[in-house]
Ligand binder design. Structure first.
Ligand code: ACO
Length: 375
């Protein structure tokens, strides 16, 4: 038996649990060497998706073929619609999306293969199909018919078109696209680590993604973008913002959208997205929400030294572009599938099973007592 090291770090805080060439937080968040600020300002989500899945930014011709592969993989099998229509309408959108990815696994000819080329092809197909799953469920739940994907629109425009049955305004398309770039990848976060643990058993890409979706759903992770909006709904008015947040802190309430395991001073994604929210809020009738958010941020910083995380502005941005709350975390999946796929592929190449040890804190050894003699 190998001896575990003595030191235990609850929640694996500060522990280096592996190596990655996909992204780093040290020296500012970068995806494969490119700063997140540059990518958010100059790139598109589809370009970033290519970068994460393939390792480099695409040339024009590589990008052209990537975009047409994505466009032709947007349709999903009829089995998806049949199953979605049979689900209770109060089913959680993240649970439905998890089920949807499982159905896609049954219909993918390469599901069980972990060959590099097959995994890359499966990653592209999932990236293309996830918006179709997300929007199909949103519409079925609302009692309307799903809208077929369009191959002439880019990723974000197609997603919004499938959701609303109408092409989005450019500001809405761009806002979603920037948020997807920022959500795409984040090193050893909980869901990507979940995907890596699953992949390390040589589970296939679909299986590891299903595990990652389950992890992302939790309110301490991706689920926080929906909860952050609920906070502001509860606050309601600018005048109530300061008393509300002071009361929340006095009563030791967890304020969703604040705090981060790694970023203790600033989440750079939140800074970029807040700027974006402030920019478009006047035209979107949302300046009051921005003011409420700013007051809450100031008190959180002054009193607890806690910065907002990415989910804090993301929820507001999505509300500003007219999206229903329960689609926010599924949109996180639509972006993070790129990072997960990159992690799964990286884990499969040069794999070592992830299997740590634990400190035992249970009962001392004791003798078995027959049931008839247990009081
Ligand atoms: N609201 C109020 N207090 C908080 C918050 C918060 N959002 N976050 C941390 N704190 C407090 C803790 O209660 C603790 O206080 P104490 O020292 O008085 O006990 C202190 O700040 C340190 O917090 P930890 O729990 O040690 O921080 P940890 O690194 O374990 O947690 C986490 C990080 C889980 C993200 C936490 O900040 C949290 O629950 N935030 C709310 C959920 C959220 O927004 N999640 C999104 C994460 S980002 C993403 O997934 C894109």
């Amino acid at each position: 038996m190998t001896n575990p090291t003595e030191t235990y770090y609850p929640g694996l805080e500060g522990v280096i649990a592996g190596e990655t060439g996909i992204s780093t937080i040290s020296g500012g968040l970068q995806y494969r060497g490119y700063s997140i600020q540059d990518l958010a300002e100059k790139s598109t989500f589809e370009e970033v998706a290519y970068l994460l899945i393939h390792g480099n930014l695409p040339s024009e011709s590589e990008f052209g073929s990537f975009k047409s592969r994505l466009a032709s993989a947007r349709a999903v099998p009829d089995a998806v619609y049949t199953l979605f229509r049979s689900l209770p309408t109060d089913a959680n959108a993240m649970d439905v999306l998890r089920t949807g990815v499982s159905i896609l696994a049954h219909h993918d000819a390469d599901t069980g293969s972990n060959e590099l080329d097959d995994s890359i092809a499966k990653a592209e197909r999932l990236l293309a199909a996830i918006p179709t799953l997300v929007t199909a469920w949103a519409r079925i739940k609302a009692g309307s018919e799903p809208v077929a994907p369009r191959s002439d629109l880019d990723f974000s425009a197609n997603l919004l078109n499938m959701l609303h049955g109408a092409e989005p305004a450019e500001v809405e398309r761009h806002a979603l696209d920037v948020s997807l770039i920022l959500y795409a990848e984040h090193e050893y976060n909980a869901s990507s680590f979940t995907a890596r643990v699953a992949a390390s058993t040589l589970a296939d890409l679909h299986g590891a993604v299903v595990a990652a979706i389950a992890a992302l759903k939790g309110p301490l992770h991706g689920g926080a973008n929906e909860k952050a909006v609920e906070v502001l709904e509860e606050v309601g008015t600018i005048d109530n913002a300061e008393p509300w947040i002071r009361n929340a802190l006095e009563t030791k309430r967890l304020v969703m959208g604040f705090g981060h395991r790694v970023y203790k001073d600033e989440d750079p994604r939140a800074t970029i997205l807040k700027r974006f929210c402030l920019e478009i809020s006047p035209d979107r009738n949302a300046t009051e929400w921005e003011e409420m958010a700013t007051i809450i941020e100031k008190v959180m910083w002054d009193e607890k030294h806690l910065p907002p995380n990415m989910d804090w502005p993301a929820g507001r941005l999505y509300r500003m572009i007219g999206l229903e709350t329960e689609i926010y975390t599924p949109l996180f999946v639509a972006a993070r599938i790129t990072g997960w796929a990159a992690h799964i592929i990286e884990q499969h190449s040069g794999n070592r099973l992830i299997r740590p040890r634990s400190n035992y804190i249970g009962p001392e050894p004791r003798g078995y007592v027959p049931m008839s003699e247990r009081g």
